[in-house]
Design a protein around this ligand. Structure first.
Ligand code: NAD
Length: 260
């Protein structure tokens, strides 16, 4: 389905980004992987993708907290893969604290990676998408792009901002074959969420299973985690021709979190 197309997935060495990159590769897209990891781990990830899916695969360690590196990622991908047709802005970090105790450097970091990086990659990728009159921009936001929780000021602000950015880009591209949409996952069991489960277990003196159950029961009526593969298949759909007229949407995959 995406044979001959190239996709950049930021933050794809782990969790949801890895699931999205796998799903796009499974339908034939060449892939630019990005994210942190030891050199031998990222090289073996790159090589295993190329072998399993038979697509072109490159890797960049670009730091999405740095504007010039976010823009440089698009240039690097274009050089390595020849083009960028699908851009998935997924890299993200979390930090929790009450607003009045939120460290300024943590605020800046969360906004830079979860919001500003998407502005930079989109600005860098749009011109070539316009030249070919085809593109798919998929921003991995969150339920926290649509509703709030306590102690997540920077994350909620960044994800609400990302939903806003998604709508603006969708409108600016509305008369072209370039679309921009957001995916809004609820809880997905990744290293980012495991850290929050560990914090809950320590705070409430719970064993790991009970802490997981408590985390889910607080927000997600299904009491099940969504999976990176499910998010990946939604990204494949958004990249398909079937989604050509989906523009500026924020799509929850959240076990009913937002239905309440
Ligand atoms: P994760 O911690 O498993 O993966 C994060 C990825 O981003 C990793 O590959 C990491 O190396 C990369 N990354 C972090 N900082 C980076 C930087 N400065 N530059 C480049 N790469 C960087 O987290 P995840 O849960 O898979 O989260 C992925 C995205 O999904 C994030 O945007 C997150 O906010 C969003 N999300 C996650 C959940 C969830 O429940 N896990 C829910 C909603 C939204």
């Amino acid at each position: 389905m995406l044979k001959g197309k190239a996709a950049v997935v930021t933050g794809s060495t782990s969790g949801i980004g890895l699931g999205v990159a796998r799903a796009l590769a499974s339908v034939g897209a060449d892939i630019m992987l990005n994210g942190f990891g030891e050199p031998q781990e990222t090289e073996s990830l790159r090589a295993s993708f190329a072998e399993e899916f038979g697509v072109g695969v490159a890797y960049s360690a670009a730091d999405m907290s740095r504007p010039e590196q976010a823009r440089g990622l698009i240039e690097h991908a274009t050089k390595e893969l020849g083009r960028v047709d699908v851009l998935v802005n997924n890299a993200g970090v979390q930090f929790t604290a009450a607003v009045e105790e939120f460290p300024v450097e943590k605020w800046d970091q969360v906004i830079a990676i979860n919001l500003s990086a998407a502005f930079h990659t989109i600005a860098a990728a749009l011109p070539q998408m316009r030249t070919r009159n085809w593109g798919r921009i998929i921003n991995v936001a969150s339920t926290h792009g649509l509703v709030a929780s306590t102690h997540k000021a920077a994350y909620v602000a960044a994800k609400h901002g990302l939903i806003g950015l998604t709508k603006v880009v969708a409108l600016e591209a509305a008369t072209s074959r370039i679309t921009c949409n957001a995916i809004c996952p609820g809880w997905v069991l990744t290293p980012m969420v495991q850290k929050q489960i560990d914090e809950l277990a320590a705070r409430d003196r719970l064993d790991p299973d009970k802490a997981r159950e408590k985390l889910l029961a607080g927000k997600q009526p299904s009491l099940q985690f969504a999976t990176a593969d499910q998010i990946g298949m939604l990204a494949v759909y958004l990249a398909s021709e079937a989604a050509a007229e989906m523009r500026g949407a924020g799509l929850p995959v959240d076990g009913g979190w937002l239905a309440q």
